[in-house]
Design a binder for this molecule. Structure first.
Ligand code: B12
Length: 233
């Protein structure tokens, strides 16, 4: 790092410069700087959701592109992910604090063989903010852990996340198991993750594919409302 960069005082940057600096700091995996910047934006009246999407997810998109192009490697991306999580941890209680009425519940987890959890965590946070109770199963979930959690918590929604083309087919294993056990219609199944698309969601028998956390919340609300209407009809 050059002396010049050492001297940057985050609080003296205007909003646009600060967000640019956050992109750089996320890229460099600087957790404390990211946390400081998140707090500065909050003090300036930014909405937690805007900080999440514009600064943190925006920065992670740049990291993703350079990872794809072989410019960044796993250790660096792990540091970036750690910095992102530092920022998310500050925003989490604020997003959950909206006082939204209880909407329903969701069991969510990343599928077997896959350890990516940032997107899943973000979806969980946004769902909590929208009034859903979220049971997070973490990463690397075999079909049994989904089944056990569904049995135990009886949620409205099952959410599965996969970020690898090699792990996304595992979602079908879970859905097929639900079908075999005659339980498919008991749950709304939402799937997500960067390599998925709507077509894939349909092909594996999910109710919907959601491209991001905001769409996940809207879709979840929509399906839960329909489910309740059916139940009362
Ligand atoms: C961070 C990262 C990592 C970190 C993960 C840290 C962590 N704690 O999550 C580390 C370094 C560990 C990692 C490891 C690997 N990674 Co990686 N990783 C990424 C990266 C750069 C960003 C992912 C991310 O967090 N994005 C930000 C979040 C907010 O976005 P998101 O996950 O897409 O989630 C949003 C939506 O998809 C949706 N969503 C997500 N889940 C769900 C679930 C539900 C229910 C719903 C409704 C919606 C939803 O909503 C979210 C919020 O808006 C991506 C690049 C990319 N373009 O995605 C590569 C990427 C996914 N990784 C990749 C690879 C290859 C790997 C490794 C195999 C590398 C290696 N050689 O070891 C390993 C695999 C490890 C494993 N077994 O899982 C490839 C996958 C390629 C492919 N076609 O399969 C990618 C695409 C990079 C690339 N282009 O090469 N990775």
């Amino acid at each position: 790092m050059s002396d010049e960069e050492d001297d940057i005082i985050l609080a003296e940057l205007d909003d646009e410069e600060l967000v640019q600096q956050m992109f750089d700091d996320l890229y460099d995996g600087l957790k404390e700087e990211i946390e400081e910047a998140v707090n500065i934006l909050l003090e300036r009246g930014w909405q937690p959701y805007d900080i999440l999407t514009k600064a943190l997810v925006g920065g992670m998109t740049i990291v993703g592109a350079d990872f794809r192009d072989g410019i960044l490697f796993v250790p660096e991306v792990l540091l970036a992910a750690g910095a992102m999580k530092g920022g998310m941890a500050i925003l989490k209680p604020l997003l959950a604090e909206t006082g939204a009425p209880r909407m329903g519940s969701m069991v969510i987890g990343t599928v077997k063989g896959d350890i990516h959890d940032i997107g899943k965590n973000l979806v969980g946070m946004m769902m909590e903010g929208a009034g859903f109770e979220v049971i997070d199963l973490g990463i690397n979930n075999p079909v049994e852990s989904y089944m056990d959690a569904l049995e135990e918590h009886k949620p409205d929604i099952l959410g599965m996340s996969a970020l690898l083309t090699t792990t996304m087919p595992y979602m079908k294993v879970v859905i097929d198991t639900l079908v075999e056990q005659g339980k498919r219609d008991d749950y709304i199944v939402l799937v997500g993750g960067a390599p998925l698309n709507e077509e894939f969601g349909k092909a594996i028998g999910a109710d919907a594919y959601c491209r991001d956390a905001a769409v996940a919340v809207e879709t979840a609300k929509d399906f839960v409302a329909r489910k309740h209407n059916q139940a009362s009809a």
